[in-house]
Ligand binder design. Structure first.
Ligand code: R1P
Ligand code: URA
Length: 293
């Protein structure tokens, strides 16, 4: 079936609408970062650079690191942007952009988020590197996609909805086991809450009050009273991971989220040298990616 021009918009040079990329511009190993300035902080370590493209907040660099072809792309902030980035990256590898048809043979991308995050648990210190096992989305993106969740994931969502007395159901998705083992084997394991904002949705109060007043303590103490979910706790906040995991599952890509912990919401501290924490995570991830096939 041909995908119409209005549904998959291409630029005059045939590149995808927002990312401004052609299929040959990307590797099947892709690092995503929120901050556009972080793209160069990753690609500065490339041995050679092949592609540099920018449109809006989406900067893409593709190059080689120790013989491995890697693409790094900025997503900007939030799950709305993740909707664009994941759909367009997938279109680049799984849709014939000339004939506008879905390819029969699917390519499965490896997508690694390197992002910053705030911990909600006292036991996870500033400067930690955390790998997300389950991500729970409090945003509305999955109200519009037919995401299939496991029984375990659904139980967590229902329990969290009850605990926070939410008028909607969150979504919960497990990330890639393969990538977690390859890249995050010695990182702090955690379960991440993806929020639709930085302030009230993460319990931060400046001049406005909070509708869910006790959001932070409720999340800090959240557990599920079911035998197979015993010991499940939420560890950190950020703003993209659940959407990456959910779209990754539906589009059949391997996705993992690696988090540099820069804020501690339990002790109310912010890391004095966040650039170092992020740089350490970037170099660790690149070295581990270079060892993968
Ligand atoms: C908020 O400051 C931003 O930081 C985190 C959040 O997910 C959000 O995007 O990630 P990045 O550092 O990758 O942008
Ligand atoms: N990013 C977030 O979304 N929250 C934090 O607390 C820190 C980084």
């Amino acid at each position: 079936m041909r995908i119409p021009e209005s549904e998959l918009i291409l630029n005059p040079d045939g590149s995808v609408y927002h990312l401004n990329l052609l299929p040959e511009h990307i590797s099947d190993t892709i690092i995503t970062v929120g901050d556009p300035n972080r793209v160069a902080l990753v690609s500065q370590y490339f041995d050679s650079m092949e592609v540099q493209v920018q449109r809006r907040e989406f900067i893409t660099h593709t190059g080689y690191y120790k013989g491995k072809r890697i693409t790094v792309v900025s997503t900007g902030i939030g799950t709305g942007n993740i909707d664009i980035v994941l759909n367009e990256l997938d279109a680049l590898v799984n849709i014939d952009l000339v004939n506008r048809t879905v390819n029969e043979e699917k390519i499965h991308l490896h997508i690694i988020r390197i992002g910053t995050s705030g911990t909600i648990q006292e036991s996870i210190p500033l400067g930690s590197h955390l790998v997300t096992e389950y991500a729970i989305g409090l945003d509305s993106l999955m109200h519009f996609y037919p995401l299939v969740q496991t029984g375990y994931e659904t139980t967590i969502c229902e329990a969290l909805q009850q605990t926070l007395n939410l008028g909607f159901q969150p979504y919960c998705v497990r990330g890639s086991d393969i990538l977690r083992e390859q890249l995050g084997y010695d990182l702090v394991p955690g379960h991440t809450v993806t929020c639709p904002g930085f302030y009230a949705p993460q319990g931060r109060e400046l001049r406005l009050g909070l509708k869910i007043e006790n959001l932070m303590p409720l999340l800090q103490k959240f557990t599920v009273m079911e035998e197979n979910i015993d010991g499940f706790i939420l560890t950190n906040f950020e703003m993209e991971t659940a959407a990456l995991y959910a779209l990754g599952r539906m589009l059949e890509h391997e996705v993992i989220s690696l988090n540099a912990i820069v804020a501690n919401r339990f002790s109310y501290n912010f890391h004095p040298t966040t650039d170092q924490v992020i740089d350490d995570l970037i170099r660790k991830t690149l070295d581990r990616l270079a060892l993968t096939s």
